[in-house]
Ligand binder design. Structure first.
Ligand SMILES: [Zn+2]
Length: 400
């Protein structure tokens, strides 16, 4: 027994290897080893055989030992069985995946490096090719994603992604209970949504009870056509955002009229922020200016009052009250006869059922909004992903 060789065998950290000899050349630690037993199970008949047909030698990158790049040189035996001697089979090592030129412990080491670094950095650090590094990362990332406890997905969020040059995903689908990204796909039309959901199993589609979204007809119709039990749920926050946009449009409208009639653009323009602020957040001077302008142009005052009134919607807890509130609010708008707000009323009519669905299942895309930022960061870190699949795997791994 050679103690150094036994010690090296232990340092390798893989089972059933006998180290024959080692040497260091050009800063690479080379370990030549043998399996401790040469026998295998015939894949055809299941018998154990020890008959060697032929042998060749292959080297594999292994974990660095004491910081030194380590290569494992192993014999690859082909064994033959009595049942079919003309077709030998490879004696496989448990710590090497098929068709790989590195050991599993080394791959896991690379994978963990990749989780904390960009693929580019790991390639530079380890001196391995980008393709190899990416393949290793994808394999273990997919394994990790697949090993997550699979729970029924009941509540999804569907939202568009800020599309930036270099990647083609426009839509993300989230599991709102686990706060994770289920999928990203190209496009944001109804057809894109239908194509995505159609490729999922019927069981998966049937399980979905509700889908949160903003007021997008293509998302809504796509969900209605492919998810038989899913209620579309419109986020109240998006409804209120739309109201703010309409109030702002109304302000511009009045501002243009004032400019034409009085030649003064600045007066109305000057209150553009104040008009959209919550009443209690106004500074004293903002309030003075706002009220002065609103006195002069009562339509602006109405806009402000109506916008403030809508905030009560967020305090409502029952579907019945919410429905009553929408009717009440629409009347206020109708009395104002402000065209931009009347078009908001139409939006309320169109989305009414789905806005009210919120009171049946209180879901929203709010909690996933941070993902949009995270996804952008992932992209920035990798200098833009050119490969959609690689990007998607990274997003799914990190956005969970
Ligand atoms: Zn056999």
């Amino acid at each position: 027994m050679n103690n150094i060789l036994d010690f090296t065998a232990q340092m390798l950290g893989v089972q059933d290897l006998k180290v024959i000899h080692t040497y260091v050349n050009n800063g690479i630690f080379t370990v030549c080893a043998m399996p401790s037993t040469i026998s295998g199970i015939c894949p055809k008949c299941g018998c154990t055989t020890e008959t060697i047909h032929d042998v060749r030698v292959q080297d594999y990158i292994h974990l660095p030992i004491w910081g030194t790049k380590t290569v494992l040189v192993l014999p690859i035996f082909r064994l033959e069985c009595k049942c079919d001697p003309d077709h030998p089979f490879d004696l496989r090592y448990s710590f090497i995946r098929e068709y790989q030129r590195q050991t599993i412990p080394y791959e896991i080491y690379i994978y963990n490096l990749c989780k904390q670094n960009t693929i580019e950095n790991v390639c530079l650090l380890e001196g391995i090719s980008h393709g190899k590094c990416q393949r290793i990362f994808n394999h273990y990332a997919q394994e990790e994603i697949d090993s997550r406890p699979s729970k029924k997905v009941r509540f999804i969020g569907i939202d568009d992604l800020a599309r930036r040059k270099g990647h083609n995903y426009n839509t993300a689908v989230y599991d709102l209970e686990t706060h994770s990204v289920i999928a990203m796909f190209r496009g944001r039309t109804k057809e894109d949504v239908i194509a995505y959901f159609k490729h999922l199993s019927e069981e998966f589609r049937n399980d979905i009870e509700a889908a949160a979204m903003d007021m997008s007809r293509s998302y809504c119709n796509g969900v209605l056509e492919t998810l038989p039990n899913a209620k579309p749920v419109i986020d109240r926050f998006h409804v209120s955002q739309l109201l703010h946009d309409q109030v702002d449009d109304a302000r511009k409208h009045i501002q243009n009229k004032v400019r034409k009639e009085e030649g003064d653009k600045q007066k109305v323009f000057g209150i553009r922020w104040a008009l959209l602020k919550n009443f209690e957040d106004l500074e004293a001077d903002e309030m003075n200016r706002l009220f002065k302008v609103c006195d002069e142009y009562p339509e602006l005052g109405e806009c402000f009052a109506i916008k403030e009134e809508f905030r009560k919607f967020f305090k409502i807890n029952t579907k019945e009250n919410a429905a009553a509130f929408i009717d009440y609010f629409k009347e206020l708008v109708e009395e104002s006869q402000i065209p931009e707000l009347l078009s908001f009323n139409q939006t309320l009519d169109h989305w009414r059922e789905y806005i009210l669905n919120y009171y049946d299942c209180k879901i929203s895309n709010g909690p996933t909004e941070g993902f949009n930022h995270k996804i952008k960061n992932i992209k920035r870190r990798a200098y833009g992903y050119r490969n959609d699949k690689n990007f998607e795997i990274r997003v799914k791994l990190e956005c969970a």
